[in-house]
Design a binder for this molecule. Structure first.
Ligand code: ADP
Ligand code: MG
Length: 206
């Protein structure tokens, strides 16, 4: 199976829907262990993303992801904008030249995204950040041979839930030390929505 421009557009539209629908929830999560703006940041950024890509005629998946990346980088306030922006930019670069992206290339793109987030955020797995969703999903997909919606969704969900037990050592939540435990990481929850949307874009394959 390959990943098409049409699916990439669906991915982003569905990500936007989930983020808009959960804007208040994401900010509530950030209120507990951050500064309470994560929902606002993500909702504003994805609103701009949808405006940017809507109605465009894209020849390659790479071009869609590049517009997403540039918009998130420039329009999202907070740490998360440049981090999600970097993730989408790395993916865009990795899939460049392929009109319909093969599974192996898609997995490489996700691995590059993880490396990009790590480098930009100077963070690793286990620090209670979005990396704790992106990294296991990329690893799980590497173990598989083809796109499988439920595998992606289930892994993203359990990884997101597992951030509750982690003590934050990066981002604003790190100021709380032990008290950051018992709360979900907001950026991991928005990452979960993005992977849930990816899974749905696969199910609706034309
Ligand atoms: P800010 O922390 O600037 O208010 P947001 O609230 O929009 O930005 O985003 C917070 C999220 O960003 C966190 O929940 C976490 O997932 C992610 N994050 C913060 N710092 C880092 C980092 N250094 N590396 C990776 N992800 C990070
Ligand atoms: Mg915040």
């Amino acid at each position: 199976m390959t990943y098409t421009v049409e699916q990439a557009l669906k991915w982003i539209m569905k990500s936007n829907e989930k983020i808009q629908n959960n804007k208040d929830y994401l900010s509530e999560l950030d209120q507990a262990i951050g500064d309470g703006d994560h929902g606002i940041n993500m909702a504003r950024g994805f609103d701009e993303v949808v405006k940017k890509i809507d109605g465009n005629d894209y020849a390659q998946v790479s071009d869609v992801l590049k517009d997403v990346a540039m918009t998130l980088m420039s329009k999202v306030g907070g740490a998360s904008g440049p981090l999600f922006g970097t993730a989408f930019l790395k993916m865009s670069m990795a899939v460049k030249g392929e009109e319909a992206v093969t599974y192996d290339t898609f997995v490489t793109a996700l691995e590059d995204a993880v490396a990009g987030i790590k480098q930009r955020g100077k963070a690793e797995e286990g620090e209670k950040t979005m990396i704790d969703v992106w990294s296991p999903v990329a690893e799980r997909m590497k173990d598989a041979d083809d796109f499988a919606a439920s595998v992606i969704r289930d892994n993203a969900k359990s990884s997101m839930e597992a951030t509750k037990d982690i003590v934050a050592t990066k981002g604003r939540a790190a100021y709380l030390k032990e008290r950051s435990k018992g709360h979900l990481d907001p950026g991991s929850v928005s990452s979960y929505y993005i992977f849930e949307a990816l899974a749905e874009s696969l199910r609706e394959e034309a």
